[in-house]
Design a protein around this ligand. Structure first.
Ligand SMILES: [Zn+2]
Length: 89
């Protein structure tokens, strides 16, 4: 296998080329890393839900690979814009 580095959707990724059949192979781990980076911007409307004694927002399915259950996130609120932001640490 010959290894080369390529640009895939703006992300560097290693590509392994078979010298016989010229097939190109990617490592699953690296393909997933690129896929996670190329998830499109998400803007959607959600209904606030009650979760125990808290009010919660559910995340759209496209973000389930980005934000995982149990992961710690930073939550901030801008009262001027009335904007709630959830940021990955
Ligand atoms: Zn081959």
């Amino acid at each position: 296998m010959k290894e080369k580095e390529e640009d895939l959707f703006g992300e560097k990724i290693r590509v392994f080329v078979c010298p016989k059949c010229r097939n190109e192979l990617l490592l699953l781990k690296e393909a997933i890393r690129v896929q996670e980076k190329i998830i499109p911007r998400v803007e959607t409307t959600r209904k606030l839900v009650k979760f125990g004694h808290s009010i919660a927002v559910t995340l759209p399915r496209e973000l389930h690979t980005v934000f995982k259950k149990g992961e710690e996130v930073r939550v901030s609120f801008d009262p001027h814009e009335m904007e709630l932001t959830v940021r990955k640490k």
